[in-house]
Write a protein that binds this ligand. Structure first.
Ligand code: IPM
Ligand code: MG
Length: 371
């Protein structure tokens, strides 16, 4: 198979984690006789520095023409601490999501027995935790009209949803639930918000077409509590843009590290794959960030291409690194391995080089991993 992949490394740790995914995808291509063509484009703070624009037109055009987009992270502290900044890196990502109509953001939450000790939850609560958040990504308060009065003393953000916007993601989420444990939970705030009442009505209507899926409804405050109290009750969570943003960060701590979680954003044309973590500027350039969120996003990209066996092989490799203590600093602050080493180990694994031949002492010395 031949595919064009646009790579947007972005800011902070974005470049170093994304490079590991490219390494792994190259190994997959070589092993399976595929051709993946990578082209690199700017978005975020690095794009503002070079072009003045967080999302140059060339990036949008390349993304629209690609088969998939692999994205790292964006953000820079100089913008976070300046609420008056006129141009912000995040605008780039929001505009890209809108331009590509990436309306469904899919964030799976899985737990790994090898990392149970890192989770703030008790081990017995972690067994069988396996759910997916379907977050609406191109509507709601993120994209409504934003206003500040001339005195700067009053501000507003409109939250708008249409039936069509809710329907299209609801169908994707219901179909996904049919492939899983057939349970869908709509998270909203229908006791307060008109938009939430529309979500509830539309989802109730659509549910009739998916009679094999059990549907329930939770208010977002209760959902935030249930995710921590009893996460195994969830299968597919469907929710609007901002609730999904908040709940997915909350859910990510269940598995032990924010650095592990991948995501896919799908829409009308090309799909985008990115770890859910941010740009983590404190770690940038140090080769210590966890590349698994990005590498597992690359696995989701392969699933999107229909290369399910290859995607499975990457997941197996990631699990193998965790089980053998090949982990980054977020997971083991004392005996940790470098970002690039984890990337190499996983690409070696998918290339079929036997893990039994790996000598840990050489890895620590940053020599070849396969002896
Ligand atoms: C995410 C991020 C983004 C969001 C930011 C960077 C705009 O937090 O992808 O979850 O809020 O959607
Ligand atoms: Mg977020």
């Amino acid at each position: 198979m031949e595919k064009n992949i646009v790579v947007i490394e972005g800011d902070g740790i974005g470049p170093e984690v994304t490079r590991q995914s490219v390494k792994v995808l190259n190994a997959v291509a070589q092993a399976g006789g595929h051709e993946f063509h990578f082209s690199y484009h700017l978005m975020g703070a690095c794009a503002i520095d070079k072009t003045g624009d967080p999302l140059p037109d060339a990036t949008i055009a390349a993304a629209l023409n690609s088969d998939a987009i692999l994205f790292g992270a964006i953000g820079h502290p100089k913008y976070d601490s300046d609420p008056t900044a006129k141009v912000r890196p995040e605008q780039g990502l929001l505009k890209l999501r809108k331009s590509l109509q990436l309306f469904a953001n899919i964030r799976p939450v899985t737990t790994y027995p090898a990392l149970q000790h890192l989770s703030p939850l008790k081990a017995k609560m972690l067994e069988d935790v396996d759910f997916v958040i379907f977050r609406e990504l191109t509507g709601g308060i993120y994209f409504g009209k934003k206003e500040v009065n001339p005195e700067g003393t009053q501000a507003s953000d409109d939250c708008i949803y249409t039936r069509d916007e809710i329907e299209r993601i609801a169908h994707v989420a219901f179909k996904h639930a049919q492939q899983r444990r057939k349970k869908l939970t709509l998270v909203d705030k229908a006791n307060v918000l008109e938009t939430s009442r529309l979500w509830r009505k539309v989802v109730q209507d659509i549910a009739r077409q998916y009679s094999d899926v059990k549907v329930d409804f939770l208010f977002v405050d209760n959902a935030a509590m249930q995710i921590i109290l009893n996460p195994k009750q969830f299968d597919v969570i469907l929710t609007e843009n901002m609730f999904g943003d908040i709940l997915s960060d909350e859910a990510s701590v269940i598995s032990g590290s924010l650095g592990l979680l991948p995501s896919a954003s799908i829409g009308k044309s090309s799909a985008l794959f990115e770890p859910i973590h941010g740009s983590y500027p404190q770690a940038a350039g140090k080769d210590i960030a966890n590349p698994l969120g990005s590498i597992l996003s690359a696995a989701m990209l392969l699933d999107h291409f229909g290369l399910h066996a290859e995607a499975g092989r990457i997941r197996e490799a990631a699990l193998w690194t965790l089980q053998n203590g090949f982990v980054t600093k977020d997971i083991d602050p004392i005996n940790f391995y470098f970002t690039s080493t984890i990337g190499e180990l996983i690409s070696d694994y998918v290339s079929g080089k036997t893990p039994g031949d790996i000598h840990k002492e050489n890895i620590a010395l940053r020599k070849s991993t396969i002896i």
